[in-house]
Design a protein around this ligand. Structure first.
Ligand code: FAD
Ligand code: NAD
Length: 466
């Protein structure tokens, strides 16, 4: 069977690329080594983590903030098995949804591990020991990523675990040590801290989620501390001992002082690495960089003409929606269209509560680039809606060009930031000025008023409610 396109990997990059290719009338094959479609995102990433974040947030609100709303809850108890089962059902339903989309778009799905046998032929080894071969004029590699670990502390899935195991623990741990205060550290730390686990996070650098705008990092750290999370920032992990009943992490600060931190598990959240195992890249001219990411040009084409790569496996922001955009980009280029991805306008979100979200440049990046900029920010506590909802923690910060007033970056920490960042993305894609947004009517009372006010503050320091 000769396909116009074969896509290896059914994560958000791969399955979305498949749909767009099929829409553009290409005969499309999708190959996935696991029995369910959806990749990291649907099976062990975005979807299950958000399911547990939402459930644990409800539990925490019921035990901590309902009373202030005049709601008494007696006999509140946690049913972890049920919480986990709900998460599993959400995952299953979402994966089934992708299966349905493949059928609807007449995409041939192959179950098995794909390996290149030369440029146009792919061997598919099925779990049962059988194999088949397909050929395709073009191929998209969308094989994603796997959790990284430390050379002296390998993930053993028993005591030293990754997010995958953390999402399916049989019971809520009493103590959890997390290495890495990045996105996974903060999200999974939130889940378990809300459920009563003593959570301690060790971070090599001196801030929480070091890549985000510094103002937000500070706010997030404060908020997580209030939740009970303990931080060991600026600490280097020296060893992880798994011999006893507990796991003990030894970490050292810059003064050379050591701390021994015990836990039922040590969750490794130190980033993810590209996954190209047994892909047969040596039989084609596809190269990888020193860290294993597949190298592509501006068209996302690898060194081998006709073989493209997208998503986590090529590096950059490891985000589901970035993978999706790249999948659509390659499909449309193959169809002769002229798509474009504005990487600066790809938003990111951390689903703690309050949420953190951002798009564009951070203040630190603008400072170091030497570009003139203005800052406007507005606190949630000045919003009527935030007081009504008892969600007064947070702020929105807008960075605009000093001369032109063009919005260069928006950073949000607060309730519903995950959804509200979309307005900032639209503004940046249309190259709006802060004044453009400030002059647009925002419904009252809503959290979105903070965006208008922050833009007013950035325009001429003329926020109305502050
Ligand atoms: P993947 O989703 O990793 O999919 C790759 C697929 O390829 C896998 O199914 C794999 O089995 C398959 N595969 C690999 N090799 C082969 C082969 N040789 N043959 C056949 N199949 C193969 N991102 C967000 O944007 N928002 C979030 O809220 C978010 N939360 C996350 C939470 C967690 C806990 C984790 C771990 C990640 C999260 N991410 C989130 C990141 C997101 O999951 C990834 O960026 C995204 O899944 C990458 O998509 P992808 O298609 O590139 O690869
Ligand atoms: P990350 O890159 O976000 O954070 C890793 C953290 O570990 C960094 O702060 C880093 O400084 C720290 N670190 C690295 N080595 C260390 C060491 N030896 N000791 C102590 N700290 C160390 O990675 P992650 O949290 O593992 O997440 C992996 C990927 O998954 C990310 O790229 C992220 O984009 C994606 N993800 C996204 C979301 C989301 O969009 N909401 C959620 C979860 C995961």
């Amino acid at each position: 069977m000769k396909y116009d396109i074969a896509i290896i990997g059914s994560g958000p990059g791969g399955y979305v690329a498949a749909i767009r290719c099929a829409q553009l009338k290409m005969k499309t094959a999708l190959i996935e080594k696991y029995s369910t479609l959806g990749g990291t995102c649907l099976n062990v990433g975005c979807i299950p983590s958000k399911a547990l974040l939402d459930s644990s947030e409800h539990f925490h609100a019921a035990s901590h903030s309902f009373a202030e709303h005049g709601i008494g809850v007696q006999g509140l108890k946690l049913d972890w098995d049920k919480m986990r089962a709900r998460k599993d059902k959400v995952v299953l339903d979402t994966c089934k949804g992708v299966e349905y989309l493949m059928k609807k778009n007449k995409i041939d799905v192959f179950n098995g591990h794909a390996t290149f046998q030369g440029a146009e032929t792919i061997r598919i080894n099925t779990t049962g020991g059988g194999h088949s071969e397909i050929s395709a004029r073009n191929v998209i590699i969308a094989t994603g990523s796997k959790p990284a670990d430390l050379p002296f502390a390998k993930i053993d899935k028993q005591k030293i675990i990754s997010s995958t195991e953390a999402l399916s623990l049989r019971s809520v741990p009493k103590e959890l040590v997390i290495v890495g205060a990045g996105v996974i550290g903060c999200e999974m730390g939130s889940v378990f801290a809300r459920l009563g686990t003593r959570v301690r996070i060790i971070e090599y650098l001196t801030t929480v989620i070091p890549t985000m705008d510094g103002a937000l990092g500070k706010e997030l750290q404060k908020s997580l501390k209030n939740l009970g999370v303990e931080f060991y920032l600026g600490h280097k992990v020296k060893s992880v001992d798994t011999k006893g009943k507990k796991v003990t992490v030894i970490a050292e600060n810059s003064a050379g002082e050591e701390a021994a931190i015990p836990g039922d598990y040590c969750l490794m959240a130190v980033g993810r690495k590209p996954y190209t195992e047994n892909l047969g890249l040596d039989s084609v001219k596809v190269t990888t960089d020193a860290r294993g990411f597949i190298q592509v040009n501006e068209n996302l084409e690898s060194g081998h003409p006709g073989i493209y790569a997208i998503g986590d496996v090529i590096g950059g922001a490891m985000l589901a929606h970035k993978s999706e955009e790249e999948g659509v980009f390659v499909a449309e280029r193959l169809a002769g269209q002229k798509p474009h991805i504005n990487y600066r306008a790809i938003p990111w979100v951390v689903y703690t509560w309050p949420e953190v979200a951002g798009v564009g440049y951070s203040e630190e990046e603008l400072k170091s680039s030497g570009r003139g900029y203005k800052v406007g920010s507005f606190p949630y506590r000045a919003l009527g809606r935030a007081r009504a909802a008892q969600e007064t923690e947070g702020l929105i910060k807008v960075l605009a060009d000093k001369e032109t007033d063009e919005i260069l970056g928006v950073h949000m920490f607060g309730a519903r930031a995950a959804d509200m960042i979309a307005e900032a993305v639209v503004a940046m894609e249309f190259r709006a000025s802060a004044e453009d947004i400030a002059r647009i009517s925002h419904a009252h009372p809503t959290f979105t008023e903070a965006m208008k006010e922050a833009c007013l503050a950035a325009t001429e320091n003329r926020a109305l409610h502050m």
